[in-house]
Design a protein around this ligand. Structure first.
Ligand code: SAH
Length: 267
C-alpha cells in the first residue's frame, strides 16, 4: 500500500464512524448477527422506542446509551437534532451505533441520517433489519406473495392519508395493482384508508389483517375485510400495528381448509 494510502487509512481508522443498525420488529432474537456485533463494539448507542431495550444488553458496560425515542404525536427529539447528535458523537472519534426499529431504511428516517453523515464526511454503514411487514406476515402465517394470487408487495405509509387529494399516496392507483398492501403507521387512519381503497375499486370483501406488536409477547392478529375493518382503528389505537390488505390474507383459512380436506381425504 502506498504511503498516501496508509495515511488515509489511519485517518479514517482513528476517526469516528456510524453504523445504522436495524433492530428488527421487536423480539430481541430477530436482530441480525451483524447488528449484534456492531452493538457489542459500539462506544455510543443511540436508540428509540421501537428498538427492543433488551438489545442494549449486548452493549459494552462502558458504552454510552442515548435515548431519542418518539411516539406518534409526542416527539422527544426532532429528527434534525438526532442527525446533529449522531454527527457530534462520531466527531468525538467514537463508533456510534444508531439502533432503529425494523429496518433503518424502511420508514425509519435513515435517509435523512445518512445525508447528515455524508454532509459531515463521516463514514457509515447500514445493517439491515427485519422490517415490520415481513415480521407481520410471518407472525400471522400470511404469505405476502403467493403464486397466482399476489405477484407484488407494496410497503406504504398510512400516515400521509390526510385527505382524498393529499397527493402523497395514491390509494386508487394502489387499489388497482393487485399487490399485497402492507400499510405502516396506518391504524389511526384505517377508516379513511379503507374508504380510499374501496373508492379505488377494491371490493368491500377484500380481506384485511391487522397485526399488532408482531413478534412480541402481546402480539395480536385481527382479521376483517375492507368493509368491516374500521372498528380496529379504535381497538388498536396507540399500538404498533401493520395492516395487510389483499387476497393473500385468506391464506391461513385456505390452508386450514386444504389441510382439513387432506385429513378427510386420508380418513
Ligand atoms: N423502520 C421500521 C418502521 C418504522 S415506522 C420497520 O422497518 O419496521 C413505525 C411503524 O412500523 C408502526 O406504526 C407500525 O406500522 C410498524 N411496526 C413497527 N414494529 C411493529 C410491530 N412489532 N408489529 C407491527 N407493526 C410494527
Amino acid at each position: 500500500m502506498s504511503k498516501a494510502g496508509n495515511t488515509d487509512y489511519d485517518r479514517q481508522a482513528a476517526g469516528g464512524r456510524v453504523t445504522l443498525v436495524g433492530a428488527g420488529p421487536g423480539a430481541p432474537d430477530l436482530l441480525t448477527l451483524r447488528g449484534q456485533k456492531a452493538l457489542m463494539e459500539a462506544d455510543v448507542v443511540i436508540y428509540d422506542d421501537l428498538a427492543n431495550a433488551e438489545l442494549l444488553g449486548w452493549c459494552r458496560p462502558d458504552a454510552t446509551r442515548i435515548y431519542v425515542g418518539k411516539r406518534a404525536g409526542q416527539h422527544c427529539m426532532p429528527q434534525a437534532q438526532i442527525g446533529e447528535l449522531i454527527v457530534r458523537e462520531a466527531l468525538l472519534n467514537q463508533h456510534v451505533v444508531r439502533l432503529k426499529g425494523g429496518d433503518p431504511l424502511v420508514f425509519g428516517r435513515g435517509g435523512e441520517e445518512m445525508a447528515a453523515l455524508a454532509e459531515a464526511g463521516i463514514p457509515y454503514a447500514v445493517v439491515p433489519g427485519v422490517t415490520a411487514a415481513v415480521a407481520a406476515g410471518a407472525a400471522a402465517g400470511i404469505p405476502l406473495t403467493l403464486r397466482g394470487t399476489a405477484s407484488a408487495v407494496v410497503f406504504v405509509t398510512g400516515h400521509e392519508c390526510a385527505g382524498k387529494n393529499d397527493g402523497a399516496v395514491d390509494w386508487s392507483a394502489l387499489a388497482r395493482t393487485g399487490a399485497t398492501l402492507c400499510i405502516y403507521m396506518g391504524v389511526r387512519r384505517l377508516p379513511e384508508i379503507a374508504r380510499a381503497l374501496s373508492a379505488g375499486g377494491l371490493a368491500g370483501s377484500t380481506p384485511v389483517a391487522v397485526v399488532a406488536n408482531a413478534t412480541l409477547p402481546d402480539q395480536s392478529v385481527h382479521l376483517a375485510t375492507l368493509a368491516t375493518a374500521e372498528p380496529l382503528s379504535a381497538v388498536l389505537a396507540g399500538q404498533p400495528a401493520l395492516i395487510i390488505v389483499g387476497e393473500v390474507v385468506r391464506w391461513p383459512q385456505l390452508a386450514r381448509a386444504a389441510i382439513g380436506q387432506q385429513l378427510l381425504a386420508g380418513a
